[in-house]
Design a protein around this ligand. Structure first.
Ligand SMILES: [Zn+2]
Length: 463
C-alpha cells in the first residue's frame, strides 16, 4: 500500500519535475521555499542557521536569509531543522539479490533481478540516498524506469556488466562450465568474462551501449567468492589500459576492484580514477592518488570486529581461511586512511535481500562516523560522492544539469530535512551499531522528515 501511495504522489508532482508536460514545466516551473533551516552544504564543518533555500523545478535556485522569498512558492518551514544534500552511495549492486553468486547464476531469471532491483531502489531512496552508483549488474533499464517515474528510486549511475577474467571476481559461471560457454549473467549483460585486450574492447563498448556511465573492472579476488584468492592480480597491464582506453573513448572513467598494493598502483598508473575497497591502502598509494586525482570507496563492514563470525564466512572453510588472512593483511587500512587522507566516497557493496541490505546500510553509515567522525562521514556521503559520479563526464553523465551532493545555487534539488544536527549526532541519519544481527530497519528513518529528489517530494512527515 505504501508503494502505491508514494507511486501516485511521485507521478502527480513528477509531471512538472520530469518535464512530462514539457511546455508547463519550462514556462512555469514549480517552486518550493524551505524557510528557517540550518544548512549543511556538503562540505562546511558547521551548520549555517536561519537560511531559506529556494527550489525552482529540479534545481536549487538560491540560498539566503529570511529576506529570500518567492511569491506563489510552496513553503516548507524547517523550524530550525537541518537541511542537507541527499546521500550518495558510491558502490552498490542494486540487482544482485544473492544468496550467493552460484545461486544467481543457476536459478535467477530476469524477473527475479528486476523485482529485486525495483525493491532495492525504493529502499535506497527511502533510507535517504538520492544517488546510487551501481558497481556492476545494472544496465539502463532500472535507471530508465526510475527516471520515468514508473518506479521509485535514486538517480542511478550504472556500470552494466562487471568486466573480469576467467576465474576472477566477476566469473559467475558454474564450476563445471567449459571455457567460452555462455552464462546466465553474461546473457543478461550483468557480468562478462574478458581474457584479452579484444574482449575488454568488446565488452567495455557494449557496456556503454547498454547504458553504463562508467566501467567496472575486477582486478583482485574476494573472500567469499568461489575461484579467486583475494590476492589475485588479474588482468595484464595492457588489458587494464584497454579498459581505461574504452572509458576514455566515451569521456568517462574506470572503477577497479583492487585489494593488493601492486593492483592499486597498476590501476592508478593505467589511469583508473576510482579504487574500490583498496584494502592495502598506504601513504605511498595516497601520494599517487593525489597525483592522478583519484578517489577511493571504502566498505568499512569489512572491518567489523565480528567479521569471522558471519555465517557466510564461518561456515565455509575456504572462505574462513581467506577472510582470516585478509583481515590480518588489511590491519593498517583505517590508520593509514587517517594518517594520509584521500578523497573517499561511501560504499556498502551489499549483495542480498532487501531487509539485510537495509541493515548493512545502517551499519555502514554508523561505521563511517565511528571509525572517523561525523563531519568526515557527511562529506564522504555527500559532496565527495557527487564529485565521484561526475567523473562520468560531459557525454555519459546521465544527470548533467547540476551538481550532486551539495546545497548550492545551480545544484540539483536533492534534499533531506532531518531532526537534529548530524554533525553532532550522526544517528539522525538512520544508523545502527549492529550489522546482520541488528533489529529490522524501518522503511525510512523517522528522523529524516523530508526526502526530495529532482525537486520532487518522496517523503514529507512535517504536515
Ligand atoms: Zn562490489
Amino acid at each position: 500500500m505504501r508503494l502505491a501511495k508514494l507511486h501516485s504522489t511521485t507521478l502527480a508532482i513528477g509531471f512538472l519535475a520530469f518535464g512530462t508536460v514539457a511546455a508547463l514545466a519550462q514556462d512555469d516551473p514549480a517552486q518550493v521555499l524551505f524557510t528557517n533551516c540550518a544548512v549543511f552544504d556538503g562540505k562546511a564543518t558547521e551548520l549555517t542557521d536561519a537560511q531559506n533555500v529556494l527550489v525552482t523545478g529540479n534545481l536549487i535556485e538560491a540560498i539566503g536569509d529570511a529576506s529570500l522569498t518567492a511569491e506563489g512558492a510552496t513553503t516548507v518551514d524547517c523550524d530550525g531543522r537541518t537541511l542537507m544534500p541527499g546521500l550518495i552511495e558510491g558502490h552498490a549492486h542494486l540487482m544482485l539479490m544473492g544468496p550467493s553468486l552460484p545461486a544467481m547464476e543457476a536459478n535467477s531469471t530476469w524477473e527475479d533481478f528486476a523485482i529485486h532491483g525495483t525493491r532495492m531502489s525504493e529502499m535506497y531512496l527511502m533510507q535517504g540516498f538520492t544517488t546510487v552508483r551501481d558497481a556492476g549488474g545494472a544496465n539502463a533499464g532500472l535507471q530508465r524506469a526510475i527516471n520515468s517515474g514508473a518506479i521509485i528510486g535514486p538517480r542511478v549511475y550504472p556500470s552494466a556488466a562487471f568486466i573480469g577474467t576467467r576465474g576472477g571476481h566477476a566469473d559467475f559461471a558454474n564450476f563445471t562450465s567449459p571455457v567460452g560457454e555462455s552464462t546466465n549473467m553474461g546473457r543478461l549483460n550483468m557480468a562478462q568474462e574478458a581474457d584479452s585486450v579484444a574482449d575488454v574492447h568488446k565488452f567495455g563498448r557494449n557496456n556503454f551501449r547498454m547504458g553504463a556511465s562508467q566501467l567496472k573492472y575486477m582486478q583482485s579476488g574476494g573472500a567469499v567468492s568461489a575461484f579467486d584468492p583475494w590476492q589475485l592480480l588479474a588482468g595484464s597491464q595492457a588489458e587494464i589500459e584497454a579498459v581505461v582506453q574504452v572509458a576514455n573513448e566515451y569521456g568517462s572513467y574506470v572503477m577497479a576492484h583492487s585489494y593488493r598494493k601492486e593492483a592499486i598502483m597498476t590501476a592508478l598508473n593505467a589511469g583508473v580514477r576510482s579504487i574500490e575497497h583498496g584494502f592495502m591502502f598506504d601513504c605511498e598509494i595516497a601520494e599517487l592518488m593525489k597525483e592522478k586525482d583519484a578517489y577511493i570507496t571504502t566498505n568499512l563492514t569489512a572491518f567489523d570486529p565480528g567479521l569471522l563470525e558471519i555465517p557466510a564466512v564461518k561456515n565455509v572453510a575456504s572462505s574462513l581461511r581467506k577472510a582470516t588472512s585478509a583481515s590480518a593483511a588489511f590491519v593498517n587500512y583505517i590508520p593509514n586512511m587517517k594518517k594520509c587522507p584521500v578523497k573517499r566516497a561511501f560504499q556498502t557493496d551489499c549483495v542480498g535481500d532487501v531487509p539485510s541490505c537495509s541493515k548493512q546500510i545502517a551499519y555502514e553509515k554508523y561505521l563511517n562516523a565511528d571509525f572517523f567522525d561525523p563531519h568526515t562521514a557527511l562529506v564522504v556521503m555527500t559532496s565527495t560522492g557527487g564529485e565521484l559520479v561526475a567523473l562520468s563526464g560531459d557525454f555519459m553523465n546521465p544527470y548533467p544539469d547540476g551538481k550532486l551532493g551539495v546545497i548550492e545555487a545551480g545544484a540539483y534539488a536533492d534534499i533531506l530535512l532531518v531532526d537534529g544536527n548530524p554533525l553532532e549526532d550522526f544517528s539522525v541519519l538512520g544508523t545502527s551499531d549492529k550489522w546482520f544481527d541488528g533489529p529490522e530497519r524501518p522503511d525510512s528513518p523517522e528522523t529524516i522528515r523530508v526526502i526530495m529528489k529532482d525537486g520532487v517530494f518522496y517523503k514529507n512527515t512535517l504536515n
